[in-house]
Design a protein around this ligand. Structure first.
Ligand SMILES: [Zn+2]
Length: 454
């Protein structure tokens, strides 16, 4: 075979092979119990998944990547499960979304199980009944010390996202060739982000402004601090001298270093909002030396790292449908006054150039703003799924997901400890410590704790 043919084959083969073979859900079992309902999905291969809890109406959404449905759940008996209906839909062409319509507010915990002698790969979704049942439920030898409701709700605090629509009131922000005003565009998009996050359990979005009025740059970031925000996002749609400039971008604060010319230009424009908006007593270059020194502090570096992470994820989400500035999937950095909150991860989103006629049309369309709002909120959720703040509801969901699951096993005739350990895929020593055994001798009818799911 000569080299030319070989190269051709290499190019053609992936096309002939078609898309990568995705996994399937081959079965679904529902186990209602007094304190929880367990749903077990049989998968033919392990898949990544994520969970969302939606309010009004109550729904639990399970997204499983690269997987399709190969079972019929229409006949499943859902009585006493807290689930009123199961629906599913294909998502992002290759993923499946399973929606559970809920009659009760239950906390989902999920984990995966590897094959054993009875079942293959499984994804387990436990729906825990509300708080009281859970406190009583903890299996332990010592007396149960119940936590106060206040303690529990503190453990499950909401993730606070402060959403800042730039400009407002006297300050229209940038104005497009057809007179579209930035302050109106960004308020509409901010409200879309709010609308998305407010229905998701575990999130508390806060709008800096919900109408057409000006808020000082310092006040905006101070609000984020006062509300103990986990994230501050400032939404803009900017203008540049050249009408051809286009594309969305995301910025974090720069702590020195190289800043692109466009980034500096945008920062100068955004920073002049207080002067244009008539905010008294705040100078353009915030003279607060303490704040400046904090910028180079270590804690700032951590915050900046978080800002860069969340910014990159949001930018990727936006890049799924919007043109990105300079086609770069990289977050920019510049000295934006509004981002100078040393302890709150903060990003500034330029949703596009209003000075570009095509982008002005996009930004003026309700459908485009909806898409933009949805992309930003998806990015935020993706970030917090990966890095849930300590003590948040989202973190609690994930901790539960990682808890090892156990069940009881009754010793039968002919069983040996090493045999039982082997069948349950754990080392003998692990089985011994799990059951606090002092001897290897076991007897028929003895109950042991083993890893697994009933
Ligand atoms: Zn702006």
């Amino acid at each position: 075979m000569n080299r030319g043919v070989l190269v051709l084959l290499l190019v053609v083969l992936p096309v002939l092979a078609g898309p990568v073979l995705a996994g399937t859900i081959d079965g679904l079992r529902v186990w209602p119990a007094p304190d929880n309902t367990r749903l077990v999905f049989d998968l033919d291969s392990p898949s990544d998944h994520s969970i969302l809890v939606l309010k009004k109406p109550l729904r639990i959404v399970l997204d499983i990547e690269d997987t399709s449905l190969n079972t019929d759940y229409a006949e499943l008996d859902l009585s006493n499960s807290g689930v009123t209906r199961i629906r599913s839909a294909v998502r992002n062409k290759t993923d499946i979304r399973i929606v559970l319509d809920m009659s009760a507010n239950m906390l989902p915990r999920s984990f995966v199980l590897t094959p054993n002698d009875q079942y293959g790969h499984r994804l387990v979704l436990d729906l825990e009944r509300p708080i009281l049942g859970e406190v009583i439920d903890i299996p332990r030898a010592e007396p149960i010390v119940s936590k106060s409701i206040a303690q529990i709700s503190r453990q499950r605090r909401d993730i606070v996202v402060v959403i800042d629509a730039g400009h407002g009131g006297e300050d229209p922000g940038a104005i497009g060739p057809s007179k579209l005003r930035e302050k109106d565009v960004v308020l509409a998009i901010a409200k879309e982000v709010y609308r998305h996050l407010t229905v998701i359990e575990g999130y508390q979005p806060i709008l800096v402004r919900d109408g057409d009025y000006i808020v000082g740059l310092k006040q905006r970031r101070d609000l984020a601090r006062k509300k103990n925000a986990d994230l501050f996002i400032s939404i803009h749609a900017d203008a540049y001298a050249k009408a051809s400039a286009n594309g969305a971008s995301v910025y974090a604060l720069s702590n020195g270093g190289v800043v692109s010319a466009v980034a500096k230009y945008l920062a100068d424009q955004e920073n002049s909002a207080d002067v244009i908006g008539g905010i008294n007593g705040v100078s353009l270059e915030d003279k607060d030396e303490v704040l400046k020194s904090v910028l180079v502090d270590l804690s700032m570096t951590t915050t900046l790292q978080s800002s860069l992470s969340v910014g990159t994820i949001v930018l990727n989400e936006m890049g799924r449908f919007a043109k990105l500035h300079g086609n770069r999937k990289q977050i920019g950095q510049a000295n934006f006054v509004v981002l100078r909150a040393p302890d709150v991860p903060s990003i500034l989103i330029e949703t596009g150039f209003i000075s570009n006629p095509r982008e002005e049309r996009n930004l003026g369309s309700a459908a485009y703003r909806k898409k933009m709002g949805s992309a930003i909120s998806t990015g935020i959720q993706t970030y917090f799924q990966r890095f849930p703040p300590q003590g948040s509801f989202v973190a609690a969901q994930q901790t539960f997901s990682q808890q090892p699951q156990t069940r009881k096993y009754t010793v039968a005739k002919g069983d040996t400890l090493s045999g039982i350990a082997g069948r349950h895929g754990i080392p003998l020593a692990k089985l011994i410590s799990l059951n606090s055994l002092r001897t290897h001798a076991i007897r028929v009818g003895q109950v042991l704790i083993v890893p697994g799911v009933s």
